[in-house]
Design a protein around this ligand. Structure first.
Ligand code: GDP
Ligand code: MG
Length: 219
């Protein structure tokens, strides 16, 4: 079998509370990224897709309040979820975030979650809460330890696994760096497997004709 590669990636739409989710793509797969604001969700999408203009990377945390959909190979969605843990956000913002996440996680759309942790820090109380949600909704997940380039190579594997363990998860997280591409091939391989498994399980090979006007690149 050919190794999985991203040949085409495009921004599709942003969804807020009460907004319309896009029609599922060919495979029916939806892979979403969660993690605190500034952990590197958008950078991970850009580095995976090798397109640094795809998702907006922000120096100031807490800018994305919407669910951003990206179509990969016109086959499945990669979904950038709004981050949590922005200390200065007003209570109403946090409530809105909670409602948006709850609606999304209970929608039954998500096939797999990548939960991102910063390799340099212990998981926060909010990371732990997020992980409990993931377990509660029963969504399969992969833990990814971002910004791996920020610590010594010899410490990466151990630091990533320690973060997973502190979260209360099986003690394994993939060290990832959007800067150096570390972990990229493993994650791509993982995504390919998620898509293949989903297709064999749900028999969703029949192509759905999607409106190509929906596919355009983000500003
Ligand atoms: N050194 C390094 N910086 C990163 C990495 N990933 C993200 N960043 C930086 O962290 C900040 C937040 O990244 P962003 O992708 O916007 O985080 P998001 O809020 O989770 O989407 C930006 O300044 C990025 O350049 C990484 O792998 N290595
Ligand atoms: Mg972002």
């Amino acid at each position: 079998m050919e190794p999985f590669a991203i040949k085409q990636a495009a921004f599709v739409t942003s969804v807020g509370l009460g907004g319309d989710y896009p029609q599922p793509l060919e495979s029916g797969v939806e892979i979403a990224l969660v993690g605190k604001s500034n952990v590197g969700k958008s950078s991970l999408i850009n580095s995976l897709c090798n397109n640094y203009k795809l998702a907006r990377v922000s120096g100031s945390p807490g800018k994305t309040r919407l669910i951003n959909y990206f179509a990969i190979n016109r086959q499945f969605y990669l979904v950038d979820l709004p981050g949590y843990g922005f200390a200065k956000a007003p209570k109403t913002e946090k409530e809105k975030w909670g409602q948006l996440m709850e609606t999304y996680l209970s929608s039954g759309r998500v096939t797999h979650l990548f939960l991102l942790l910063d390799i340099r820090h212990e998981p926060t109380a909010e990371d732990k809460q997020m992980f409990q949600w993931v377990l509660y909704y029963g969504v399969p997940f992969t833990l990814v330890a971002t910004k791996a380039d920020k610590i010594a190579k010899s410490k990466r594997r151990q630091a990533a696994n320690a973060a997973a363990k502190l979260l209360g998860a099986p003690p394994a997280a993939l060290p990832y760096s959007g800067e150096t591409g570390e972990g990229r091939l493993e994650l791509l391989e993982g995504m390919g497997k998620i898509v293949q498994d989903h297709i064999s399980l749900h028999n969703t090979k029949t192509p759905i004709d999607i409106d190509s006007s929906l596919l355009h690149n983000m500003e």
